[in-house]
Design a protein. Structure first.
Length: 220
């Protein structure tokens, strides 16, 4: 049962290196990590460790359909940072029925479900009263009937000034708009807002509160 890690826009297959390395030292999870780069011609470039039948709970960075066909695992967990969470949501709504593997736990971190303009998202803590639901969000809401009902989701985002505004890039309400897509559809929806200096968009994966929340959620 692998843990799929999907980085956001402009991030490479190395985006989760610090995260996975820290798990090895701080949480004593000596996980194998395999990396896959999708090339422009859609071929896959594999690097890192190779998976064997004895590999336990490996990390797989960037995974597309060919991965499922090659390794035939029945279940998997996934973590998407920034636009990586949008990639995984798009996958669930458009392509999850095409594979036999079942997503179990999903974590999205600092994901801009309602785009990144602060004016569209505001700072009102009532997510149903955000100023504008963008086309991105409404399209996800319209297709949420295709999301598998059995999954559980942890939605994490950062609030660097503790004012319900943003992590410096993604508005808090944009990330929390994930509740409008998932909350009444899936088995379980949880969310967590991380505050303080470690809550910035690029830093949040290395924040202790974030790592502890992900570990507790995936390994519970």
């Amino acid at each position: 049962m692998p843990i799929i890690l999907v980085p956001g826009t402009h991030a490479t297959e190395d985006r989760f290196d610090a995260f996975t390395s820290d798990l090895s030292t701080s949480y004593h999870h000596q996980a194998t990590t395999m990396k896959i780069t999708v090339m422009k011609d859609l071929t896959l470039d594999y690097s890192g460790a190779k998976l064997t039948p004895d590999t336990h709970r490996p990390f797989i960075v960037i995974a597309l359909e060919d991965l499922f066909q090659r390794y035939h695992f029945k279940q998997f967990d996934a973590v998407g940072h920034s636009n990586g969470g949008l990639v995984l949501t798009n996958f669930l709504e458009y392509h999850s029925s095409e594979i036999k593997s079942q997503l179990r736990h999903l974590v999205t971190v600092a994901t801009p479900y309602n785009d990144t303009k602060q004016t569209d998202n505001g700072t009102n803590s009532d997510i149903t009263k955000i100023p504008t639901q963008t086309h991105l969000l409404t399209n996800f809401i319209d297709r949420n009937v295709f999301i598998p009902k059995s999954i559980t989701l942890l939605n994490i985002t950062g609030d660097i000034k503790d004012n319900h505004e943003s992590d410096g890039i993604v508005p808090v309400n944009s990330a929390l708009s994930g509740s409008l897509i998932y909350k009444d559809v899936i088995q379980s929806y949880r969310e967590k807002v991380v505050t303080g200096k470690g809550a910035g968009h690029s830093d949040i994966l290395e924040d202790d509160a974030t790592k502890e929340a992900i570990i507790e959620f995936i390994y519970r």
